[in-house]
Write a protein that binds this ligand. Structure first.
Ligand code: ZN
Length: 155
């Protein structure tokens, strides 16, 4: 996914319990957190390895972290917020599975599982993504998020 992660996090926050503390910030942060590895990808690794191979894009890593963090968060009364945070991370990984590829079988395999591939039809990879049919899904996510946001403002 290219531009749909943040609005997907917004939609997820709306589907959660509104009484949980800091649900919106937790959902928004979790929805984009794995892509913070792009800083490492561009400025340290010089784009030498697909950033979906970094540990922040590996479901098993987050499952392990969640397994330890959620009981601690529950103990401090932050279970709902933590749950939304980790759900947003897994939503990010699910959405990245559409075209980007995610190592769902890690640590047993480093294969990137994806539903479809974006062929490099144009010289610029951004143009290849934006003109691929899967970009319509991103626009749908944005449309739904904006619809929910406007509806929430009216009430
Ligand atoms: Zn990502």
């Amino acid at each position: 996914m290219f531009i749909g992660h943040l609005p997907a996090g917004y939609i997820l926050s709306g589907a959660s319990n509104p009484n949980w503390r800091w649900v919106l910030p937790a959902a928004l942060l979790g929805s984009i957190l794995p892509d913070f590895d792009l800083i490492f990808f561009y400025f340290v690794d010089n784009r030498s390895i697909h950033h979906h191979h970094y540990w922040v894009h590996i479901p098993a890593f987050w499952a392990l972290i969640a397994m330890f963090a959620l009981p601690l968060l529950a103990w401090r009364g932050w279970f709902g917020t933590g749950l939304i945070f980790f759900a947003a991370i897994f939503l990010h990984l699910l959405l990245d599975t559409i075209v980007g590829g995610i190592q769902w079988a890690a640590p047993f395999s480093d294969h990137l599982y994806r539903f479809t591939e974006v062929p490099a039809r144009y010289g610029n990879w951004v143009l290849s993504f934006v003109l691929h049919w899967t970009f319509l899904l991103e626009l749908v996510v944005w449309g739904l998020a904006l619809f929910l946001w406007f509806r929430k403002r009216e009430t």
